[in-house]
Write a protein that binds this ligand. Structure first.
Ligand SMILES: *Cc1c(COP(=O)(O)O)cnc(C)c1O
Length: 388
């Protein structure tokens, strides 16, 4: 199918919810993607922080295919090895006590919201259900996670939203102001992704953590985007030096397969009980086998490489024309520019580089395993486009 034909079919039959860029992704290798007609792209997006080890990673593929050759799905009424092994690995690497598996970031957060409310209900009875999130946050597209999302632009059309959320300024004082007697949880991204790649201040986050502990308000960290090595530590909370009560993750976890995880730490490990929550596809054995292959290879050596690549990228991007600032952590890079981000992203694409945007920033989320040659090729294109 040629590209024109594909675009026409897509436009005719697919709900018009995405303003797609003009490129087909057909196949690839590492951080190099190709359309069917052979046009190549350097990938500074990994989907959106999903393809952690790039495309066609041999070890990941072997693990996924081996599981497909055994069984592709089993109901959660039965046991499967990849799910139990992945939960064990997540707990060992984080100190979490229990994991609930779903299929996406929104679902991982949905589970966290339910668990936070139940924790509070069990301990304090009815009425303590309010959750504080941050202005400019993004927690997903379901009704509950949209309600949790602190962006006015997303709170349209679908009224009424779920009751019991309010949005704080990105500081300790801001959060404290929104917390009251009915508050059961504070939920935040340590680096706001969709909101413009803003890393929260470590001191503020530590104060929020302390306050939550004092008030028995659960601290929920949304690591859907920041998790799984993306920021240079396995999870971003680790470099903030905090101990959350719930951590959610998804995007990069299974290296490209849909998988969400909600990790419960000590306080709420027993909160959810049989019948409280569930998912038909959640914790699918193929996705879990993929995640085991990714997670077991995010070791100190890889994290050091991520940090090195991050420093390298940031240094070079910081020197480019029309760049006003570089934000984010690790391989989650925001670039504030004196140009229209969408137009820059389109021009990059024409020349063979995929970059993402977040608000009016460029956003780079390359595969963790991107090679130096690929980084340099991508930076060359970005520099050309920004120089115009
Ligand atoms: C992408 C994202 C989500 C939503 O994940 P989906 O898999 O699209 O449901 C939630 N929180 C954060 C921080 C995200 O970046």
């Amino acid at each position: 199918m040629d590209f024109k034909e594909l675009q026409e079919k897509d436009k005719t039959f697919i709900a018009n919810t995405y303003s797609r860029f003009s490129a087909e992704i057909y196949e690839g290798e590492g951080a190099t993607l190709r359309a069917e007609d052979g046009k190549e792209y350097i990938d500074f997006g990994s989907g959106i922080a999903v393809n952690s080890f790039g495309v066609n990673d041999r070890i990941w593929k072997d693990a996924v295919i081996a599981q497909i050759n055994k069984v592709q799905h089993a109901s959660n009424h039965y046991y499967t090895q990849p799910q139990a092994e992945l939960a064990e690995l997540l707990c060992k690497k984080t100190g979490a006590k229990k994991v609930f598996f779903s299929n996406s970031g929104a679902e991982a957060n949905e589970c966290a919201i339910k668990a936070a409310r139940k924790y509070s209900f069990d301990k304090y009875g009815e009425g303590r259900y309010h959750i504080v999130t941050l202005k400019n946050s993004f927690h997903g597209r379901t009704m509950a996670t949209l309600s949790a999302t602190g962006q006015d632009s997303l709170h349209r059309y679908f009224m009424p939203f779920l009751d019991g959320f309010s949005y704080a300024d990105l500081t300790f004082e801001g959060v404290k102001k929104e917390c009251g007697r009915g508050t059961c949880a504070v939920m935040l991204e340590l680096v706001q992704g969709e909101g413009g790649v803003n890393a929260l201040d470590v001191t503020e986050v530590k104060k929020i953590e302390k306050y939550c502990k004092e008030k028995d308000v659960l601290l929920v960290i949304d690591e859907v985007q920041t998790g799984n090595g993306r920021t240079g530590s396995l999870y971003a909370y680790m470099q903030y030096g905090i101990l959350p009560d719930i951590v959610t993750t998804a995007k990069g976890l299974a290296g490209g397969l849909p998988l969400g995880a909600t990790m419960f730490f000590e306080k709420c490990e027993h909160t959810l009980t049989a019948g409280d929550h569930g998912s038909t596809f959640g914790g699918n054995p193929v996705a879990c086998a993929g995640a085991l292959s990714i997670l077991s290879r995010i070791d100190e050596k890889l994290l050091l490489e991520v940090q090195g690549k991050s420093a390298y990228l940031r240094t070079y991007v910081g020197r480019m024309p029309n760049v006003l600032g570089v934000s984010g952590l690790g391989l989650m890079v925001g670039i504030e520019i004196a140009k229209n981000a969408r137009e820059v992203a389109e021009k990059c694409l024409e020349r063979g580089l995929i970059v993402l945007t977040a608000k009016n920033k460029l956003r780079l989320l390359p595969p963790l395993t991107i090679k130096k040659g690929e980084i340099d090729a991508g930076l060359k294109i970005l520099n050309e486009v920004l120089s115009e």
